[in-house]
Design a protein around this ligand. Sequence first.
Ligand code: ADP
Length: 406
Amino acid sequence: MKVLVVNAGSSSLKYQLVDMTDESVIAKGICERIGTAGNISHKLADGRKFEKDVPMPDHTVAFSCVVEALTNKEFGVIESMQEISAVGHRIVQGGSLFSHSVLVDEDVIQKIEGLAELAPLHNMAHVQGIRACIACMGKDVPQVVVFDTAFHQTMPQTSYMYAVPYEYYEKYGVRRYGFHGTSHRYVSGVMTDILGKVEGTKIITCHIGNGSSITAVKDGKCMDTSMGFTPLAGVEMGTRCGDIDPSVVTFIMKKDGLSPDQMNELMNKKSGFFGISKFSSDSRDIEDAISHGEKDAHYKQAKLAQDILCQGIKKYIGSYAAEMNGVDAIVFTAGIGENSPALRAEVLSDLDVLGIKIDPKMNEKAFRQSENICISAPDSKVLVYVIPTNEELVIARDTKEIVEKL
Ligand code: ADP
């Protein structure tokens, strides 16, 4: 069975064709600048790739470019789209309505649209992606939606409620939803496989990338997570501020006369690494500046940005260990989690209180690797792993499972 995984954003459409017989990626790519210009970049499993500019006024045209790339004479990997058994879509916000992946029908599409208020940029783009697939592939090809929020639906109310008047939860659904759920589900699943059991396990998963979130997973189920009502909450991120005293928001708005949208932009796009370092949102730039020492003009601010993130992650690890009354394993994943030995070493330093000991050699080794690497020392009381995430594979697996039951 071949499954096409689609991640439609407001101006982009990422795709991956997966052969479910061995879960290998046959081809993948991305359409960018949809709506303004248009460009497709396509890669095959054997390393061949192409990139070209094609006008893409909307997602349907973008999707037809994907069809062309997958089937064309020179680079094609399939004869026709009929070889694709199903499509799996990534959806950011499933609200309280979706705790599992589901088959798409008109009712599901309308529910996803209805949740757009909670994720305006994302959900509407996802719906455009679904409709574009239906337009290009026909109604008979099953489509499945996999939600970033679904894994977090097992959180107890004490984890997901904010102590604002209860009516805002009732009226508008103001609560913690959490994000990156597909990634947390995947890496915690790999970790329970390594531990050899699900029941009785206490795992903290740290998805640290441009966006970052940390999750407490007990008995294989999410118990708490650092992102909240939106992906703005939690630790410091590339351009997002993470947790702050809510009064800071109204204070800055009043002082600088900012509108809610301007304040939202400040917290989402101008804060985090970028806001503190004053020069970059990318951890590679931050670590590069730090490695040059005081002579680098960005050193001081870069170090502060990195230290704030490390302390933030440490705080979450401590609080989740307390919340679960222990921790068996900690997992690092995503762009920074998988590729920054310096950050992991700093986060895990001075955690004797939890019995955590790192193997420095293995920690250094876990950089741009595709396999799971244990970075804790043999006598560490807590296992620490670097596990490359694979959200696309989870989407493809869920899609296969649902479609096989039809
Ligand atoms: P997104 O949230 O956009 O999916 P990623 O998980 O790709 O983000 O993470 C992006 C971050 O990871 C960037 O700050 C980048 O610097 C960092 N990163 C990605 N790859 C590497 C690498 N090979 N070495 C160091 N840092 C990396």
